[in-house]
Design a protein. Sequence first.
Length: 100
Amino acid sequence: MARANAGDVEGLVALYESDAVLALPDGAVATGTEAIREVYRRLLADRPTFTPVAQRPALCHGDLALTSTRIPGGATTEVARRQPDGTWLWIIDQPNVLGD
């Protein structure tokens, strides 16, 4: 949320692996950091404000983690993978599971 509210496109893109996939509201998928960067550029162009919401505890198995957040009218789900340096990056991001 902090990165989105700051308009930090590069900071948001840094949360993803280079070949990650991000689901879009129209049913399309952005694949790879360049496509994801463009999604965030468009999303943040008008400097919207995002309200922090409670993230559910991550469900981990080995080097994979399922994360989710309840949002007004829906929920998000993401799959992250542990990197060799111990950090986690998203490889799959579904921003609105219950979207139209």
